[in-house]
Ligand binder design. Structure first.
Ligand code: GRF
Length: 316
């Protein structure tokens, strides 16, 4: 039987642990089971590292002084990546840990970015961002993939010559295509252009025109969009920007959020990839709600794009 004290500590422990685990789940974009396997990999990899480090040191018959401690730290640092990669294979987490170790290596400038992949002759996955407005999401996406191994933002397409996203593209040195409706709807002009630019994946980030069918067929499950509400409500033609938030407030919703979805032949209709909710406060204005939703978009869209590209283009 548990004593009251044990029960108390269990409650405190789980109250602290739950948000921490949720936070990790969001950060790494994994489900509950995968999180368990990742933690198990860390634990087993760590123990294996410690064990192997001690065994190696024993071979050198070092005394228990500072030389042994220094060497042990050095060994553990070197062995840890190998150990977790080793353990991650049977636990099915190889892809996650390869990316994780690469990220750490990049942070400490130990591994290079995507140029390596390019050198090996493997083409980097080339994203085109379609946007008609400010481009704050476009900026986050560009930031996310800047120097990223194997994925790059290769083109910004806009229909609006005054769109803020164009300044972002210029600043970031990304080629721009400013299109008019005629060119956009012309299969034998627009499509060859994208192919020539080597575009593999299309991300809509506040793009106001409906995507023509030929483009959807040419890029099956390779065009995704973000909508600033919880679809299927508050979507469709004319539902963009402040119109969406006004409608959510008029609908007296207590929750809103974002929907990331595949693009199909209808406005805001394709299969949902991810939704993230936020509360709607009683005193919200369309502006305050928009700010909350925008923050969710920035925090989630780049990571989802990365995951979908990995899955769809079998890129790890
Ligand atoms: C975002 O709210 C997005 O959901 C919608 O268009 C808006 C674009 O905002 N599709 P920004 O230009 O990225 O700031």
């Amino acid at each position: 039987m548990y004593s009251a004290k044990t029960g108390f500590w269990l409650i405190v422990f789980s109250a602290l642990l739950r948000p921490m685990l949720k936070g990790l789940q969001n950060k790494w974009k994994v489900n509950g089971w995968q999180l368990v396997l990742i933690i198990a990999t860390f634990a087993l990899g760590g123990s294996l590292t410690g064990y192997a480090g001690r065994k190696i040191l024993d071979q050198f018959h070092l005394s228990h002084g500072w030389e042994r401690v220094t060497l042990f730290i050095l060994l553990v640092t070197l062995l840890w990546p190998v150990a977790v990669i080793f353990v991650s294979v049977p636990l099915g987490q190889f892809t996650f840990f390869r990316a994780y170790i690469h990220k750490i290596g990049k942070r400490f400038k130990l591994t290079k970015n995507g140029q390596k992949r390019a050198k090996k002759g493997k083409k980097r996955v080339n994203i085109a961002i379609f946007a008609s407005g400010t481009g704050s999401n476009a900026q986050k996406i560009i930031d996310h993939f800047r120097g990223y191994p194997g994925i790059k933002t290769g083109l910004v397409v806009s229909n609006n010559p005054h769109a803020g996203v164009l300044n972002i593209a210029i600043r970031e040195n990304i080629p721009i295509l400013l299109i008019d409706k005629k060119l956009f709807l012309k299969k034998d002009a627009f499509l060859p252009f994208l192919v020539e630019k080597g575009i593999d994946f299309i991300v809509l980030a506040g793009f106001l025109w409906k995507i023509p069918d030929f483009l959807i067929s040419a890029y099956p499950r390779k065009i995704i969009n973000i909508h600033p509400a919880l679809l299927p409500k508050y979507g469709g033609k004319g539902m963009y920007g402040h119109f969406v938030h006004e409608a959510v407030l008029a609908g007296k919703e207590t929750e809103s959020g974002i929907t990331i979805h595949y693009v199909d032949e209808l406005y805001d209709h394709g299969q949902v990839i991810k939704q993230v909710k936020c509360t709607v406060a009683a005193d919200d204005t369309p502006e305050t709600l928009a700010a909350r939703v925008h923050a969710l978009e920035h925090a989630n869209y780049p990571g989802v794009i990365e995951d979908i590209i990995r899955q769809t283009l079998h890129f790890t």
